[in-house]
Design a protein. Structure first.
Length: 146
């Protein structure tokens, strides 16, 4: 097999996405919403440690349509296997990342729609943007690491 033919096959494999378990396709049930992809794209996730991200996932999972929940510290610690100091640090991290608001006993998961001066300006983002062709070309040239 020639080198270019191998690249073509890898590229084809990358483009032929299909569910591995079609019997388990995600559905949006009543009272539930997906985690916003901007959590990654706007670098919120990079501003948080693992405990803070676990708390965020928990709060997103248990909050109502307005993002509100009333879980006690003791319940959250038990669910996430954290001690009270770890929970306090995780909560502080999420507040500093502007992902939640908290006033005991109420948590609110905040919308990611509002802008923040910590995000790159559109001109800065476009300077970093790469086309799909550039990403795939780089992945193929580096053996799959984009």
């Amino acid at each position: 097999m020639s080198r270019s033919n191998g690249r073509t096959q890898r590229l084809q494999t990358m483009l032929d996405k299909h569910p591995l378990r079609p019997d388990r396709l995600r559905q949006i049930p009543d009272g539930f919403s997906w985690i916003d992809h901007r959590l990654v794209r706007r670098d919120y996730i990079q501003r948080c440690n693992c405990e803070a991200l676990a708390l965020y996932l928990f709060l997103v999972s248990v909050s109502d349509v307005q993002g509100l929940s009333f879980y006690s510290d003791r319940s959250i610690c038990r669910q996430l296997k954290l001690d009270t100091a770890q929970l306090a640090a995780a909560r502080t991290g999420l507040r500093e990342a502007d992902l939640i608001a908290y006033k005991k006993p109420l948590y609110q998961v905040l919308s990611l729609e509002t802008g923040s001066e910590s995000f790159a300006a559109p001109a800065e983002r476009s300077a970093r943007t790469r086309s799909a062709a550039q990403i795939l070309r780089r992945a193929l040239e580096s053996g799959g690491e984009a």
